[in-house]
Design a protein around this ligand. Structure first.
Ligand code: E4P
Length: 290
């Protein structure tokens, strides 16, 4: 059962409905699920296509993703399911909008994942203006968080998620959890229309720290959610101490949330690398001759 004092929403990071069923059974609840092209490529059915050499056509991969999201949505009717647009560095705003509007017809509870790039921000601005929900992904800086806030002003609370990737910052020696603390502090001065979704969670320490910091949402792999259940679903308080040995601190930047969204310096090498990897994993499923 959901612990009464749990204020953070818990999502599963994955793309296998069987795994979702197992996690719901173990936790007794689940508030949502995040998917991405790399997770899609690991889905058992998608894997068997790859192994057989029987890859999807460019159209069939979207049909497969649709079926998967509909199954997840059926398992989480009151939750949220994040569906990620295909994007590489050449993808236009129009191409993102077309995918997003199509995804919104698949299920009722979609958050459309868009990269936090110049094109992604513009798409988010338009989509939230249409009353759609978005999840801004591949976030590595406070400037990106401020830009997302500014681009989606006027959206209802719950319509915009911001996904900082803590594990990928740790991977390059920076304290990813410090970015969560920084963004929560930055957003505390705002209207709270953007919710912080701690992503790229690699350890129980990340998970517990995100709970202690008061992240609005955490998405975590099944292994970590099951480990949390095994430990009795602890919820640390504000006195929780996060050890970040050897990780470089990320100092707080007092940014304005009121500047025009296109004016923020949002470039980051991990956003570029993440975009390229997601595109490669999506393309690995497709028969390019189709
Ligand atoms: C979820 O929305 C993210 O895409 C995911 O957490 C990324 O995790 P990774 O950095 O382990 O690939």
């Amino acid at each position: 059962m959901r612990p009464e004092i749990l204020n953070t929403r818990i999502f599963l990071d994955g793309a296998d409905p069987e795994e979702t069923r197992r996690v719901i059974k173990a936790l007794g609840f689940l508030d949502g699920q995040t998917t991405n092209p790399s997770l899609l490529a690991k889905n058992p059915e998608a894997q068997s296509h790859k192994v057989d050499g029987n890859k999807f056509s460019a159209k069939a991969i979207y049909q497969f993703y649709e079926k998967l999201c509909q199954e997840l949505s059926g398992l989480l009717p009151d939750g949220s399911v994040s569906i990620e647009v295909y994007a590489d560095e050449t993808t236009t705003v129009a191409a993102m909008l077309e995918q997003a509007r199509e995804f919104d017809t698949w299920i009722k509870n979609a958050h459309i994942k868009l990269p936090t790039t110049t094109a992604g921000l513009e798409a988010a601005n338009i989509l939230t203006g249409e009353g759609r929900r978005v999840n801004m992904t591949l976030v590595f800086t406070q400037a990106q968080a401020a830009a997302v806030y500014a681009a989606t002003k006027g959206a209802a609370r719950g319509a915009v998620f911001l996904s900082p990737f803590v594990g990928r910052l740790d991977d390059r020696g920076e304290n990813g959890m410090a970015l969560i603390a920084d963004i929560l502090k930055l957003y505390a001065g705002g209207d709270r229309h953007v919710e912080v979704l701690t992503a790229s969670v690699r350890s129980m320490e990340h998970f517990l720290c995100a709970l202690a910091y008061g992240s609005d949402i955490i998405t975590a792999p099944a292994s970590i959610l099951l480990e949390w259940v095994e430990a009795g679903m602890p919820i640390p308080g504000s006195t929780y101490v996060y050890e970040a040995p050897g990780l470089k601190p990320i100092p707080y930047e007092p940014l304005s949330l009121d500047a025009p969204y296109a004016s923020y310096a949002i470039g980051h090498p991990l956003t570029d690398a993440g975009l390229a990897k997601f595109a490669a994993d999506w393309n690995s499923l497709i028969d390019m001759a189709s």
